[in-house]
Ligand binder design. Structure first.
Ligand SMILES: *Cc1c(COP(=O)(O)O)cnc(C)c1O
Length: 625
């Protein structure tokens, strides 16, 4: 074909001429592979396509009271043949691709199912899902206003809403959505490093050891952040926690800060965890703020106070709740516990920056997290880069000049923002209070049953941790002994093994497609070390730790009957194990090269054996304990 003739290749209606080259025909046909750019009468064809795809996907749903996984084969996943994948020669139809995509969901846990409660994994709400999907249609890029127009407002308004909840001035605060709680942490550490080591550190690199102070129970993404910022994991100093509250021990923190101050070693950030995953331990930003003011860094700047509130933030939605009038009618326990959660979380106002996960306690789709800073322009002054030749500042606000990411999907910000609109304070309050009431009920059942004991009855986060003992054992007494008496270590080990076996048995029952004692298996999890025994507070005996089964009732379909059934099946699993019916679970997946190798992780001095105290001792010899 002569290129000068190209214009002859299409008919007036845009379809290809008979004599047009093959590529023109395929291309013309592929117009249908995209949503139409123009309006059509009636239902938009793409809306129909999406509806059909969702219908195909929904065929994986179980019937009501069916098993807690999607589809009819929970035995997978099957990774054995992945390396045979090749780019197909020909196109596929939308239906074919959809079906292949749907197949990938087969066997997956159904997070919305009442029997599913293994972790802080909330099913996503409709407004959040739909708002995120909308961004897939029109690709707003919140790198800058020109490419996202008013969609950028979803980020700015989320920041203002959160700033108000935190107790900050929304005319000073700002926020950027990012890829997760670990992304927020990463922002926090980079912010702290730049404040502690100066803007030059962004040119010359991190050439000086600045420390990251965080409680022993802080989230392990401290490793990602210190590693990927180039700071190095050895610069983490873990602060011991109070054995009662699991919160950072402020005296221990002060000792470390004082020593660093004397040695003129800068602190990049002190991280307060506002709700740990298991114990829901909440540190005290107010106390930390005082110490930060007392011990400034060598350059005269203060260490950054970052609050890792990715789990705890949503209790702030109770800020204006009328606890005396109790208009939502929570039980007295739930009322008391939500108030106490709010009071602790409220100290977050002392932070410089805060991370919030909407995909954890905001019921939004993955990923959806926002890093909120008290003083947006302070952050920008430290973090802004020169612009680029191919982007113009056509709009006054262009976050891409200081964000980690270059292209930034609007799906996070739209999902978070839409969820805030959709739920409002009353929606969040009912969801959160509902979890507490559900937990309270489970704890009541555990209390009633002689052979079970709740081991985190002082915590009022999102999880109930409990231990199950052989029939007719007085669980409370037995647990007390195991917790306090070093002579009970053999029994502790045996009963820890029992928790693990129950966890494994339920995992098998969740996936075997059969009913047990009249019902399908629940999907819960267990922890191999929720806390240390009282006589092992230094962690020197790795076996003297408490295993426990975990229930995270995050989803809205869980009710009191679910909790009754859960406990019934847990006891049934115990009885089966005691009767000698137990098999070690096999790892699934069937990985082949290159996926079947397990490289040795880098273990740094300070994180060796998971116990950083030795490193702290090396660093800070002479600090009284
Ligand atoms: C989950 C979690 C993180 C990590 O967040 P992601 O969203 O998974 O990246 C960090 N801190 C705490 C306390 C968490 O619970």
């Amino acid at each position: 074909m002569d290129i000068k003739e190209l214009y002859k290749m299409w008919k007036e209606d845009g379809t290809a001429e008979e004599f047009a080259p093959e590529w023109v025909k395929i291309r013309s046909d592929m117009t249908n592979a995209f949503p139409a750019y123009h309006a059509v009468e009636g239902v938009d064809p793409f809306a129909k396509d999406v509806g059909e795809a969702i219908n195909q996907l929904s065929k994986l749903k179980p019937k009501a009271n069916g098993p807690a996984y999607l589809g009819d084969d929970p035995k997978g996943p099957y990774y054995g043949d992945v390396t045979s994948a090749k780019l197909p020669e020909k196109r596929s139809t939308l239906e074919e691709v959809n079906q292949k995509a749907v197949d990938l969901f087969t066997g997956m846990p159904n997070w919305n199912h009442p029997l599913t409660m293994p972790n802080v994994i909330p099913p996503a709400n409709k407004a959040g899902i739909i708002a995120a999907m909308m961004t897939d249609l029109y690709s707003p890029n919140i790198i800058e206003g020109e490419y996202s127009w008013n969609v950028e407002k979803s980020e700015m308004e989320s920041a203002a809403i959160l700033a108000r909840l935190i107790g900050w001035d929304p005319q000073k605060a700002g926020g950027v959505y990012t890829f997760g709680g670990s992304g927020c942490y990463f922002y926090g550490i980079k912010y702290g490093l730049t404040q502690a080591l100066g803007r030059e550190s962004r040119c010359k690199g991190i050439r000086e050891d600045a420390k990251l102070l965080v409680s022993q129970q802080g989230h392990y993404c401290k490793l990602n952040s210190s590693d990927w910022t180039g700071l190095g994991m050895d610069n983490i100093i873990e602060i011991e926690t109070n054995s009662q509250t699991n919160a950072m021990d402020i005296e221990k923190l002060e000792a470390v800060m004082e020593e660093l101050h004397q040695q003129k070693i800068p602190i990049a950030a002190v991280v307060c965890t506002m709700g740990t995953t298991d114990a829901f331990a909440i540190d005290s930003p107010k106390a930390v703020r005082e110490l930060i003011d007392k011990y400034p860094n060598p350059n005269g700047e203060k260490a950054l106070l970052y609050c890792d509130a990715v789990i705890g933030w949503s209790w702030l939605t109770f800020r204006d709740y009328d606890f005396d009038g109790n208009p939502l009618g929570f039980s007295p326990e739930t009322l008391k516990n939500s108030r106490s959660n709010l009071e602790k979380i409220k100290e977050i106002e002392y932070a410089d920056a805060v991370g919030c996960d909407f995909h954890k306690t905001g019921w939004a789709p993955y990923n959806c997290s926002i890093f909120v800073m008290r003083d947006l322009n302070h952050f920008r002054a430290l973090m802004t880069r020169p612009g680029s030749a191919y982007l113009q500042d056509r709009v006054c606000y262009n976050p891409g000049l200081f964000t980690l990411e270059v292209s930034r999907s609007g799906s996070y910000s739209m999902a978070g923002w839409a969820t805030l609109q959709y739920f409002g304070a009353e929606g969040f309050q009912s969801m959160l209070g509902g979890i507490l009431d559900m937990e309270e009920y489970l704890r009541h059942l555990i209390e009633k049953e002689e052979s079970t004991v709740c081991v985190n009855s002082d915590d009022h986060g999102f999880v109930t941790l409990f231990r199950v003992y052989p029939k007719n054992v007085d669980a409370k007494n037995q647990y007390e002994q195991e917790l306090k008496d070093p002579k009970a270590i053999k029994e502790l080990e045996k009963n820890n093994a029992l928790q693990e076996k129950i966890g494994n048995t339920l995992w098998e029952w969740f996936r075997d497609g059969k009913t047990h004692d009249g019902q399908y298996g629940p999907y819960i999890s267990y922890t191999s070390g929720f806390r240390k025994t009282d006589y092992n507070s230094d962690g020197s005996n790795p076996k003297a730790v408490i295993y426990a089964l975990k229930s995270f009732p995050m989803n809205i379909n869980i009710n009191a009957t679910t909790m009754q059934n859960l406990l019934k099946l847990v006891l049934h699993a115990r009885d089966e194990i005691m009767a000698g019916h137990y098999e070690e679970p096999e790892q699934t997946g069937c990985c082949q090269p290159p996926y079947n190798e397990n490289p040795t992780p880098v273990v740094c001095g300070s994180t060796e054996s998971g116990n950083v105290r030795h490193a702290v001792e090396n660093l800070l010899s002479g600090i009284p304990k």
